[in-house]
Design a protein around this ligand. Structure first.
Ligand SMILES: [Zn+2]
Length: 210
């Protein structure tokens, strides 16, 4: 399987490749993005995501695309959101945006359609890395945090726990890879703690296996 990965940093993308391999139980080949990103992060998703989908579809040999964003302080996705356009949840936003872009794609001669799996890490991908540690990460605990409860972690503490304060970029990538390798050994717990932002994403990827 040839995949293109689009997330908020090179470190996140390196980790996601390992997680995808863990989900599939096989190695994948990464097809680098063909477009230059002008900026990263959710603030530029509206502009960058359509470009990434189109350039992956038209200009690469990738058969699948992985898209993962952090939820930051936006609402955690719940099933009751479906069909409600007003929801500020990032998972719902990605769902709408991706289906809008996919509808606009022209058929590729002798090629299958591009498979796309998208997820949202609550509140950031570092929470996934800390799953199974003493820090009580998970979508349920973060929902309580958004209501003002103290849950023992916040976005800054998650990043510091993983990377320390002000890490170098290369060091971040190495750390993310190390954490993802550990995590790939315990995907069941990750799916249990992150049922909307990770489990649905993982199931979509599993459905790609023939
Ligand atoms: Zn939602």
């Amino acid at each position: 399987m040839r995949i293109t990965i689009f997330s908020e940093s090179s470190a996140d993308e390196a980790a996601l490749k390992i997680l995808v391999e863990g989900i599939l139980g096989e190695k994948v080949e990464e097809e680098p993005r063909k477009n230059k990103l002008r900026s990263r992060g959710f603030a530029s998703v509206e502009n960058e995501l359509p470009v990434v989908i189109k350039s992956t579809y038209y200009n690469t040999d990738a058969d699948s695309l992985i898209v993962v964003y952090d939820s930051d302080d936006e609402p955690v996705h719940e099933k009751k959101h479906y069909g409600n356009e007003a929801e500020k949840c990032r998972l719902c936003f990605l769902q709408r945006k991706i289906s809008e872009v996919v509808k606009s794609l022209k058929p590729r001669p002798e090629r299958n359609s591009l498979k796309i799996a998208f997820g949202v890490a609550v509140p950031a991908i570092e929470a996934w890395y800390l799953c199974g540690t003493k820090i009580p990460v998970g979508e349920e605990s973060w929902k309580r945090k958004l209501k003002g409860e103290k849950v023992g972690y916040d976005r800054t503490s998650l990043k510091e726990e993983i990377y320390g304060v002000r890490p170098f970029r290369q060091k971040q990538i190495e750390t993310a890879i190390k954490e993802a390798k550990k995590l790939a050994q315990n995907l069941e717990l990750l799916e249990e703690k992150f049922p909307e932002g990770f489990s649905i994403f993982a199931n979509e990827i599993r459905s790609w296996k023939q």
